[in-house]
Ligand binder design. Sequence first.
Ligand code: SF4
Ligand code: SF4
Ligand code: SF4
Length: 232
Amino acid sequence: MGLSAFAKAIAGGIIGFQAVMYAMREPQTFIRPPGAKDDSDFLARCVRCGKCLEACPYESIRMVKDPLDPSSGTPCISVREKACRMCEDLPCVKACPTGALRDCEEREDIRMGIAVINERTCLSYKGMRCEVCYRACPLLDRAIAIDYRMREGDDRHSVFAPVIDPEVCTGCGWCVERCVTDEPAIAIVRDKADAEGYWDVYNVEHGYASDEDPAAWSAASGTAAATKAFSE
Ligand code: SF4
Ligand code: SF4
Ligand code: SF4
């Protein structure tokens, strides 16, 4: 093997190793800015210039900074830290020079993902009054509504359960940013196909899946930590 072929093989091995290491970690906790398509399209077009980040008036956009992530240097929104504020004029999309962000003229066009609620850890599903995510949603009563129902096996107490309409939700992440539990009981999934069963593995791994000992997952999910402020 020549020197250049050897160097290529080493470089390929490093990239492959990085990809495997990256895939083995926890699921991604970020979304792409408005107007991004799937990651193969986005990564092919994004030149990592940072113009969308500069244009975002709320500093919601950050650059991925992770040596193990092949997309390091591309823009993302970490919704738990700072959700997208869904600007009317979408300056991030307008600033993108390559069309990596595109086809997004107004707020209703935004589709960054959809919210999914963990019914095992959400305070409302346990019978407490919370609904913070519902009130935080800029599309209140459209993307999230409250489903009033009786508690299962209990004809005296009701549940005020937030439910998501996946056809309306933009994936802005306000609900995740404001969720009051330490480990948010709501997440954004970028691909609708991943929504069903999204929390199943998480709940098994974190001991929230068993019906036999609800007290265990109730305490672990941070019911005592319902203190996150609900003000901008
Ligand atoms: S819509 Fe506004 S808040 Fe959201 S990423 Fe674009 S510029 Fe930032
Ligand atoms: S991500 Fe959450 S806050 Fe944003 S539109 Fe969807 S339900 Fe509402
Ligand atoms: S803010 Fe979190 S805990 Fe409260 S209702 Fe929404 S998802 Fe459930």
